[in-house]
Ligand binder design. Structure first.
Ligand SMILES: Nc1ncnc2c1ncn2[C@@H]1O[C@H](COP(=O)(O)OP(=O)(O)OP(=O)(O)O)[C@@H](O)[C@H]1O
Ligand SMILES: [Mg+2]
Length: 259
């Protein structure tokens, strides 16, 4: 996916929320975006998803311009976005059937159960979203996106509402899926440890308004990262300090010098 010179303004005379956002996501790569609240991360993700349009610039994937949502891009939203009248299983099945129109009922059911089990919701499959906690709803959204095995997963703080234990389990499952299938992922997170564990490359955003990409950092830690031992790996604390220093100090400086 090529992202070129995105800028977003709400109104002709309004200042840009962000400008000149350009980066590439290679097939099989895991890219995380980090930046403070309001710098435009969700807006950028929504543009990659085809749900919003930039004021200028464009996004292309597999040689085509992205102008609308597509099943080859699976989205996990910052807030869950489930059909309230459908059960948990029906919400996931709807996505599976949209992605694989010819799939028989037993295979759909089996796929749905596989991904609901992954997020530990097999016992809640017949409940409706209104009967679930926020974290459970978020997990349905994750199961739904994973179940469609999209070419690219777009995830907006997908694990923010989860307890630490569940978050760890799903992070590990995501790493496993990525290692096994070469899943391409673009993910927004506030959590630097999560970013170091998951990302091959990190895009650091300066503060808004008029946010821009301050820095793109390659993760120097080898790809077989494991959550429970990653902090013992050489380079972990250098990268962690670099990111924390960016967030607490340099993201604001980066935005001042650009004005
Ligand atoms: N429809 C709109 N009209 C005007 N401004 C908007 C609109 N939608 C978003 N914005 C502004 O765009 C900016 C970026 O919003 P966005 O949701 O992309 O930020 P974010 O980086 O995802 O923040 P967070 O980390 O809190 O999720 C914010 O300042 C927001 O107020
Ligand atoms: Mg956001």
């Amino acid at each position: 996916m090529h992202v070129q010179h995105l800028e977003k303004r709400y109104g002709a005379n309004a200042p840009a929320i962000f400008s000149d956002i350009s980066f590439t996501i290679n097939r099989g790569e895991f890219v995380c975006m980090i930046g403070h609240s309001g710098c435009g991360k969700s807006t950028i993700l929504n543009i990659l998803a085809g749900l919003e349009h930039p004021t200028t610039g464009h996004v292309s994937m597999n040689g085509h311009h992205v102008t609308q949502p597509g099943l080859e891009r699976g989205v996990v939203f910052q807030g869950h976005a489930l059909m309230p009248w459908l059960t948990v299983a029906q919400n996931v099945a709807l996505a599976v059937r949209a992605r694989y129109p010819g799939m028989n009922k037993a295979d759909v059911t089996q796929k749905v159960l596989h991904y609901l089990t992954m997020v530990n919701l097999q016992d809640a499959q017949h409940k409706r979203p209104s009967e679930l906690s926020g974290g459970m709803r978020q997990r349905v959204g994750i199961a739904r996106a994973f179940s469609t095995t999209p070419d690219m997963l777009l995830m907006d703080e997908p694990f923010g509402a989860l307890d630490a234990l569940t978050r760890g389990v799903i992070q590990e499952e995501l790493l496993r899926i990525c290692a096994k299938t070469g899943q391409t992922v673009f993910m927004i997170t506030h959590d630097v440890d999560e970013a170091i564990l998951l990302a091959d490359r990190l895009i650091l955003m300066s503060n808004g308004p008029q946010a821009h990409i301050a820095e793109i950092v390659e993760n120097p830690l080898p790809r077989n990262r494991v959550r429970t031992s990653i902090h013992h790996q050489p380079g972990f604390y250098d990268l962690r300090n670099h990111l924390v220093d960016f967030l607490v100090r340099r993201s604001a400086l980066a935005s001042q010098t650009s004005h």
